[in-house]
Write a protein that binds this ligand. Structure first.
Ligand SMILES: *Cc1c(COP(=O)(O)O)cnc(C)c1O
Length: 438
């Protein structure tokens, strides 16, 4: 039963509200009007963001606006209904779907194209567009756990270093896996000899290993071939977390770092270097909202499909989707398809070159003028320079990420600059000038 206003006020005792709740006030302040005012105020406060974005130097997000052709492609997609009514990519993009409102053909094509970029054999690619790098990591670890468990009957242990992204720590907990902490070399990359020691100490469990190609704070690269050599003759699954570096390395002289296959010219066989790879779409590529690539082999997908189909009942959608999430965004794969064309790859190559050149420039200038900040670039593939934290004003102005690192045996507050495509030379020069002033 609804109570009238007087009854409400008498039990709430909110007589002070009388004036605000007067009939006149209620008449002018309709329920919808208050949020509208808030929205206008919030929007007004956001107007500065577009100018501020070029000085966002602390996190690996490409803040440039995609080219006009991207927005033209968006309009073409809208013309057939994308983002206008309910499309949904539920299911496996490589399988037939009896629900036509999806963009599976685009999704499959873009995964095949990126699979080729990473050197997967053309007839041995499977994957899909995920919600983020974390989501891609989740699918890699879940697939690895499921395959290893079904092959051996034993839950694997998970191996990664303390330099891995925090999403791996969360996923380890989610997947109930024991963490075998692998030590690092001085540059922050995985120590393959320590990996071997840890593998030997855990002989009764298969190994789910996460190698990071571009660690989040230092930009270190775990040595894939040395890791793979330690995994030889063991039951193991190797997932690559290449959230940031995975976007640009294929377009540089270091493309071989991420190649899935290497051929042995003597035995004429193909050797796989890893099982699956995760790459964020909003980091290097500058896709305007979070998404991720998850790519693995067709063979891994098939090994996963059988145990996965026993974990859930796939009857309802008439196929085994291969994805943890059921409903999936159809707009993002259709839009991200734009980033998989030959001309998009050419733009990515130009961005990759400029980024690495600008990173070398930043390091040189910091060494010349601010060597007391002890700037470090972990390797020549990295677009990250870290150093002793400058003033709080600089940290705030440039949205720098900070972290305590060991320098000469002492915990020292450090910050890093990630040189993304928007961090052009002029922006870096301004940053260097501001460092002097501070
Ligand atoms: C950013 C990052 C992630 C997480 O990716 P999201 O797309 O933000 O979910 C994972 N691993 C590494 C190494 C990263 O840099």
């Amino acid at each position: 039963m609804l109570m009238n206003r007087r009854q409400f006020l008498s039990i709430s005792g909110a007589t002070a509200c009388m004036a605000a709740c007067s009939p006149q006030a209620l008449a002018t302040q309709s329920l919808t009007r208050v949020p509208q005012q808030n929205a206008a105020t919030a929007l007004k406060a956001m107007r500065h963001l577009s100018q501020q974005r070029s000085r966002m130097l602390g996190y690996p997000i490409n803040m440039t606006t995609p080219p006009d052709e991207f927005f033209a492609w968006r309009n073409e997609l809208a013309a057939v209904g994308f983002n206008q009514f309910a499309f949904n990519n539920v299911g496996n993009p490589y399988d037939h779907s009896h629900i036509p409102f999806n963009c599976h053909p685009f999704e499959k094509e873009l995964i095949d194209r990126f699979g080729a970029v990473y050197g997967f054999a053309p007839d041995n690619i499977w994957g899909f567009l995920t919600n983020s790098g974390t989501d891609s990591n989740m699918h890699g670890l879940y697939m690895g756990r499921t395959i290893l468990k079904s092959r051996t009957g034993v839950m694997p242990k998970i191996y990664f270093t303390r330099e891995a992204h925090y999403s791996i720590q969360i996923l380890r907990d989610l997947l109930h896996l024991d963490w075998v902490v692998v030590g690092t070399r001085p540059d922050g990359s995985m120590d393959a000899n320590d990996l071997e020691r840890q593998l030997n100490a855990n002989p009764n469990h298969p190994a789910l290993v996460v190698a990071t190609i571009g660690t989040t704070f230092k930009g270190a690269i775990d040595p894939v071939d040395a890791i793979q050599a330690k995994l030889k003759h063991r039951t193991a699954y190797l997932h690559l977390d290449a959230a940031l570096f995975g976007g640009y390395l294929p377009h540089t002289a270091f493309a071989a770092d991420l190649r899935h296959n290497v051929s042995n010219p003597v035995s004429k066989t193909e050797l796989k270097r890893y099982d699956s790879i995760a790459v964020s779409c909003h980091k290097f590529f500058g896709f305007p909202s979070p998404a991720g690539l998850f790519i693995t082999t067709r063979a891994n997908f098939e090994a996963f499909r059988t145990p996965f189909s026993q974990i859930h009942d796939p009857e309802y959608i008439q196929q085994v989707p291969g994805t943890i999430t059921c409903s999936r965004d159809a707009v993002k794969p259709a839009e991200f398809y734009f980033f998989s064309s030959e001309s998009a790859f050419a733009r990515q190559a130009a961005d990759a070159k400029a980024m690495l050149d600008n990173t070398a420039y930043l390091l040189k200038e910091m060494n010349n003028h601010y060597s007391y900040l002890r700037p470090v670039r972990a390797n020549d593939r990295s677009n990250t320079v870290y150093f002793i934290t400058p003033s709080k004003a600089i940290v705030d102005h440039y949205s720098l990420a900070t972290m305590q690192l060991d320098i000469d045996g002492e915990r020292t507050p450090c910050a890093h600059v990630v040189v993304m495509p928007h961090a052009k030379k002029e922006i870096l020069d301004r940053f260097l000038t501001d460092l002097r002033k501070s």
